[in-house]
Write a protein that binds this ligand. Structure first.
Ligand code: DQA
Length: 152
C-alpha cells in the first residue's frame, strides 16, 4: 500500500482565539472549525494532516524542525511571527520542504507592519484575505505540488 503524503498545518500565536478575536477582521469561525475544514479537505484530497497551534515562537520553530523527516509539506499561518521572526524563516528554509503561507485576513489592506512577512521568503505561495477557506485552498495547492514532485 502506498503511504499517503503528510501535510503539517501549523498555526501561530493568538489563533486559538479565533471566533472571539476581532471577528470583523477574522470572522466567526473558531480554530476547531478551521481544523474541521482541514480534516475534510484532507479526506477529499486523500492526504494525511497534522494540525497544530502554539503561542510560542520556539515551539513553532521546533515543530517546523520535526517536519523534516516526517512530512511532505507545510501549510503555516505564522500569525504575528510571520512579521517578526527570522528564526521561523530560518527553520522553514532549513527543512527544505514546500511551504504555503496562509493569512485569514488580507494583510496588505491592513497596517503597514503587516505588509511584510519573513516567512514569505520560504514560501512557494501565499494565500491571504480569503478567510478560513484559505486553508482548504492551501491544502489543495500543496497536494498538487507534492503529486507534481512525485511525478517527476
Ligand atoms: C493573521 C494576520 C497577522 O497579521 C496577525 O498577526 C494574525 C493573523 C491572519 O491570519 O490574518 O495573528 O496571520
Amino acid at each position: 500500500m502506498i503511504k499517503r503524503p503528510l501535510i503539517v498545518v501549523l498555526n501561530g500565536p493568538n489563533l486559538n482565539m479565533l471566533g472571539m478575536r476581532q471577528p470583523e477582521v477574522y470572522g466567526r469561525a473558531t480554530l476547531d472549525d478551521v481544523e474541521q475544514i482541514c480534516i475534510q479537505a484532507a479526506e477529499r484530497l486523500d492526504v494525511g494532516i497534522d494540525f497544530r497551534q502554539t503561542n510560542g515562537e520556539g515551539e513553532l520553530v521546533s515543530w517546523v524542525h520535526e517536519c523534516r523527516n516526517r512530512a511532505q509539506g507545510i501549510v503555516i499561518n505564522p500569525a504575528a511571527y510571520g512579521h517578526t521572526s527570522i528564526a521561523l524563516l530560518d527553520a522553514l528554509l532549513a527543512v527544505e520542504l514546500p511551504v504555503i503561507e496562509v493569512h485569514i485576513s488580507n494583510i496588505h489592506r491592513r497596517e503597514d507592519f503587516r505588509h511584510h512577512t519573513y516567512c514569505s521568503r520560504a514560501a512557494a505561495g501565499v494565500i491571504c484575505g480569503l478567510g478560513v477557506r484559505g486553508y482548504a485552498l492551501a491544502l489543495q495547492a500543496m497536494t498538487d505540488m507534492i503529486l507534481d514532485e512525485n511525478d517527476r
